[in-house]
Design a protein around this ligand. Sequence first.
Ligand code: SF4
Ligand code: SF4
Length: 472
Amino acid sequence: MSNNEDLYRDTESFRDSVATISEDGKRVFIRPKKPKGKFYSARTKVSIALLILLFGIPFLKLNGDPLFLFNILERKFIVFGIIFWPQDFILFVLAGITAVVGVILFTVIYGRIWCGWMCPQTIFLEMVFRKIEYKIDGDYGQQKKLAKMPWNIEKIRKRSLKWTLFYLISFLIANCFLSYIIGTDELFKIISEPPAQHVGGLMSLLIFTTVFFFVFSWFREQACIVVCPYGRLQGVLLDKKSIQVSYDYKRGENRGKFRKNEDRKALEKGDCIDCNLCVAVCPTGIDIRNGSQMECVNCTACMDACDSVMEKVSLPLGLIRYASEEMVAEKKPFTYSKRMIAYSSVLVVLVITLTSFLLSRSDIESTVLRVPGTLYKQEGDKIMNMYNYKILNKSHEHKDLHIELISPEGEIKVIGFESTISLEKQEFSEGTLLIYINKDQLDGRKTQVDLGIYQGDVLLEEVDTKFNGPRN
Ligand code: SF4
Ligand code: SF4
């Protein structure tokens, strides 16, 4: 066993506690140093693009309907303009399983890239609220000083300005969040019409705003550490081949302070100069040099901080970098593990199945069932059965439909409609229809009949049902 491995194991005791909880069980409020560097700039650009998307998407419409809607209350879901109804339950389950396998595969390979670069919690906290905080309260040193300060004019001014801005932004986020649930049209009604008409809507807005304000002004990294189920899953998803923000302990240890003109190799010192800057910038308060930790959201702040130090002391960059445990320990290049290949194969099968289901999905959903308790009726050579039908127009457009008998030959009369059933977009129609079939076409007491729902000449859906007749 090498010296480096000994040192690495000696640091395992950090796992006995959480950096944000003190020994007496109190919350340790993290005030990280303002990050700076190429990864932080790249993340800022990605965040701006994602925020534009997040706030812009609810305004995008297709044939008057939102492009995305997740109306849990009315069980109405629109994804990429495709309307999903409760009848599409199988598609939903399949999409859900595909998403879960996709997330697992992504995490197994790339670790918590989602957390650091794309998760709304990290984007809002690090790229919106924290930036405002740095502007008003200053960097971490000034923030600590301000926190300890008595409530004088300066502190009252800074705190009220910060909290007012935080509350206003939380209100904006709550509006955005609600627009994904009820759509922008409903949201504008809540905002513009007299409050008495939308008490429920206004209450939800207020509750969401307060929750967001609480999360971003106080709860912060605890959402990732304590609440987020994805964060909890990391322990089982990551393995030694997963790419994560990693400290190269082989290169960094034995860590030791930097002295000008010293020969670190001769002194058996590693490249880590023990400046603690990587700890100071960490928004979850951990020391990445202790190894992979559940609290790490892969925000890259420590990578930037360490690179800036390495540059100053003229050592190679990347002491903290994106790498797997195997790449660091064995100095190996990235390779695919059997687990990655297995998840990828399952994902490909699921994506193909989901795509084929989506492509073959009909614009309408219909059922035709015999009216319970009715008998067949004989009119000359013709036998008549009575049915209940239900047709749902799942599309974004008006549809004029008619029902035809595909087999056997016969006639259909839809009660209440001359020849076509007119359905507005997302409209549902139900009623009664009569089917007449010549006696010689029947297979005895029960005959299978196939009906087609047509729009013009186009067959949209085929439905089969049973037809009762006399014994031959
Ligand atoms: S250890 Fe580094 S990457 Fe992980 S949360 Fe802290 S600063 Fe971000
Ligand atoms: S920033 Fe780099 S050099 Fe400084 S303590 Fe962290 S790992 Fe060591």
